[in-house]
Design a protein around this ligand. Structure first.
Ligand SMILES: O=P(O)(O)OC[C@H]1O[C@H](O)[C@H](O)[C@@H](O)[C@@H]1O
Length: 554
C-alpha cells in the first residue's frame, strides 16, 4: 500500500507504530496489574487526570510509563493536535463532505470569534440560543398557548439519530432539573407504535411537536411528523391554522421546513458544520431547553466548554481526551479488543451509552482512510453497555471470565440527586460500592491460590478463579449536573476525534447509512403494492413474498 500523498508513511509502517507492537510483544502475555501496583506505590495517584469536575482514573490500565510515552509518540507522529487546531479554526476537516467541523462553536462564549469562510459564526449561534431561550421561557411560563388557548403541557420531539439520541439522553440525565409539570416524549422509530404510544394519552390541545431534523428529508421523521399533524388536526377539528401553534422545527433546511407547512418563524436554525451526532447542544436541544430552562442549558454549554478548552490547551500527558483515545487504540490495535463497554453507575445515564454508540460508531466505523484507501488497521470499537448494577447480573460474567478483552469505562457520582428521600439517598453508597468492587475485581481478579485458601473443592477452583487484568477507567464526579453532563459528552466527543485522527479516517461523514435508505425506498412498493422490484435478490424476494402471505392470513 502506498504512503500518503504528503509522503508520510502509512500508519502501520510508522516507527512509532512498530515500536508499540514491539513493546506489546515484550510485555506478553501482558503487564500484570498486581505487579504494576506493587512496583509503583504512587500509581493510583499518578495515573489520574482531572478536567473540570471530572476525576479520571486510568491506573487500572495495562500500561506503564513507557507504554504511555510510546502512545504519545504515535499521537505526535500522526499530528493529532494539528488536526485538532484545524478543527477549532474552522477548516474543512470533514473532507468527504467538504465541511468544517465546528460543534465547539456551539458553546463558544458570545465574544469569541470562530470563522467559517471568513464569517464569524458565533453571533449566529447566540442569536439562535437567545431565540430558543425566549421560546422555552414562553412555553414554560404558559404564555405560549395552543390553538384553543390551552397552555402547553406536553412536548413531543420527533427526530431520529442525532436528532433524537442527544436530547432524549440529556433529558433523562437531567430529569431532576426538569419542569415536572411538563411531559416530554421522544419519538424516533418509523414503527407507528412509537408515535401511537407517545401520544395516546395526550390532549392535542396541550401538545407541542418539535420536528428535529438537520436535513428535513429523513423519511422516518417526516413520516412521523406527517402522522403527528394528522393526529393533531383530527383532535382539534381540522383547522390547518392549528399547526402554527403546535409545530416547531429544528433544522438547517428552511426550504424543506416551509414545504412541510411549518412557519419558518417557528424554525430554529443550525448549520452544516454541525454533525447530527454532535448537535444536541445546538437548536436540536430545544426540547431539553424547555425541560430544564435556558439557564441550566447554558450551564451545560459551559460544561462542554471547560473540556473544549482543556482539549485545546492541556499538555499531551495531562490531556484527558487524548489519553482516553490513546488507551482505546492500545487495546483495539495492539490487543485485538473488539469492543468497549461504557457502564454508568447512575440510573439517569440510562441512555448515555446508546448516545455514545452513535457518537463513536457512526464517527469511527470506517474502513477507508481520508484519502479513500482501505485501512489495514482496526478502527472504531463496538460500543455497548447499560447502567450498573443491572449489567452485573446479566453480562458482567463474560467480562470477568469470558475469553474476550473488553476495556470498560465506569462512570459514577459522589452524591445522589437532592430530591431523593433520605432512605433512597442511603442506597447511594451501595451503588457506588458496586462500582468500586467491579473495578477491583476486574483488575486484580482472584488467583487459584486465593480460591483454594477459602477451602473451595479442587474441581471447582478453575471455575471460581478470576484472571483479572481487565482494564477499566473510572470517571468520578461530585454530582450529575448540567455542567457535568456537558463535560462528559465533550470528553467522549474529543476522545472519538483523537482516535479518528490517529487512524487517519474521516470521523465526520456517515456514508455507511445511505445504502439501506436507498434500498428501503426501492423495496417499499413491493410490500405495499406487490410491485415487481427489478434486481431484487432471491433471498429478499422470498422474504417479501412470505411477508405478503403472512399479512394476508392475518
Ligand atoms: O437530523 P436528520 O437530518 O434527520 O438526520 C438524522 C440521522 O440520520 C442519518 O441517517 C444519519 O445517519 C445520522 O447521522 C443523523 O443524525
Amino acid at each position: 500500500m502506498s504512503d500518503s500523498p504528503s509522503g508520510s508513511p502509512e500508519l502501520t509502517r510508522r516507527p512509532e507504530w512498530t515500536a508499540l507492537e514491539d513493546h506489546r510483544k515484550d510485555a506478553l502475555p501482558q503487564p500484570d496489574l498486581r505487579e504494576l501496583f506493587a512496583a509503583d506505590p504512587g500509581r493510583a495517584e499518578r495515573y489520574v487526570v482531572r478536567v473540570g469536575d471530572l476525576r479520571i482514573d486510568y491506573s487500572k490500565h495495562l500500561v506503564t510509563d513507557e507504554t504511555l510515552a510510546l502512545l504519545q509518540e504515535l499521537a505526535a507522529a500522526t499530528d493529532v493536535f494539528g488536526l485538532r487546531d484545524a478543527m477549532f479554526r474552522g477548516e474543512r476537516i470533514n473532507v468527504t463532505e467538504d465541511r468544517a467541523v465546528l460543534h465547539t462553536a456551539l458553546r463558544a462564549p458570545r465574544d469569541a470569534v470562530v470563522e467559517v469562510d471568513g464569517e464569524n459564526v458565533v453571533p449566529g449561534v447566540h442569536a439562535v440560543l437567545d431565540k430558543m431561550a425566549g421560546f422555552a421561557d414562553r412555553v414554560r411560563s404558559g404564555e405560549w398557548t395552543g390553538h384553543t388557548g390551552k397552555r402547553i403541557r406536553n412536548v413531543v420531539n420527533i427526530g431520529i439519530g442525532g436528532s433524537d439520541l442527544g436530547p432524549a439522553m440529556a433529558y433523562e440525565a437531567l430529569r431532576p432539573f426538569t419542569d415536572r409539570e411538563l411531559t416530554f416524549r421522544f419519538v424516533s422509530n418509523v414503527d407507528g407504535s412509537d408515535l401511537h404510544e407517545a401520544v395516546r394519552d395526550l390532549d392535542p390541545a396541550e401538545t407541542l411537536f418539535i420536528v428535529a431534523s438537520k436535513t428535513f428529508t429523513t423519511i422516518e421523521t417526516i413520516t412521523n411528523a406527517t402522522s403527528a399533524r394528522s393526529w393533531l388536526l383530527k383532535g382539534l377539528g381540522g383547522d390547518e391554522k392549528a399547526v402554527a401553534k403546535h409545530f416547531v422545527a429544528l433544522s438547517t433546511n428552511s426550504e424543506k421546513v416551509a414545504g412541510f407547512g411549518i412557519d419558518v418563524d417557528n424554525m430554529f436554525e443550525f448549520w452544516d458544520w454541525v454533525g447530527g451526532r454532535y448537535s444536541y447542544d445546538s437548536a436540536i436541544g430545544l426540547s431539553l431547553m424547555i425541560a430544564i430552562g435556558p439557564d441550566r442549558f447554558r450551564e451545560m454549554l459551559d460544561g462542554f466548554r471547560i473540556v473544549d478548552e482543556h482539549f485545546r490547551n492541556a499538555p499531551a500527558e495531562a490531556n484527558a481526551p487524548l489519553l482516553l483515545g490513546l488507551l482505546g487504540i492500545w487495546y483495539g490495535n495492539f490487543h485485538d479488543a473488539q469492543s468497549h463497554a461504557v457502564l454508568p453507575y447512575s440510573h439517569y445515564l440510562s441512555k448515555f451509552t446508546a448516545y455514545l454508540q452513535q457518537l463513536d460508531m457512526e464517527s469511527n466505523g470506517k474502513s477507508v482512510d481520508r484519502e479513500g484507501r482501505p485501512v489495514r488497521w482496526q478502527t472504531g470499537p463496538v460500543v455497548w453497555g447499560t447502567p450498573g448494577t443491572n449489567g452485573q447480573h446479566a453480562y458482567y460474567q463474560l467480562i470477568h471470565q469470558g475469553t474476550k478483552l473488553i476495556p470498560a469505562d465506569f462512570i459514577g457520582f459522589a452524591r445522589p440527586v437532592a430530591e431523593l428521600s433520605d432512605g433512597l439517598k442511603a442506597q447511594h453508597d451501595l451503588l457506588m460500592a458496586n462500582l468500586f468492587a467491579q473495578g477491583q475485581a476486574l483488575a486484580f481478579g482472584k488467583t487459584a491460590e486465593e480460591v483454594r485458601a477459602e477451602g473451595v473443592p479442587e474441581e471447582q477452583v478453575p471455575h471460581r478463579t478470576f484472571r483479572g487484568n481487565h482494564p477499566t477507567t473510572t470517571i468520578l464526579a461530585g454530582e450529575l449536573t448540567p455542567s457535568v453532563l456537558g463535560q462528559l459528552v465533550a470528553l467522549y466527543e474529543h476522545k472519538v476525534f483523537v482516535q479518528g485522527a490517529v487512524w487517519n479516517i474521516d470521523s465526520f461523514d456517515q456514508w455507511g447509512v445511505e445504502l439501506g435508505k436507498v434500498l428501503a425506498k426501492r423495496v417499499e412498493p413491493a410490500l405495499t403494492e406487490g410491485a415487481d422490484v427489478p434486481g431484487l435478490d432471491p433471498s429478499t424476494a422470498a422474504l417479501v413474498a412470505a411477508y405478503r402471505n403472512l399479512r394476508e392470513v392475518n
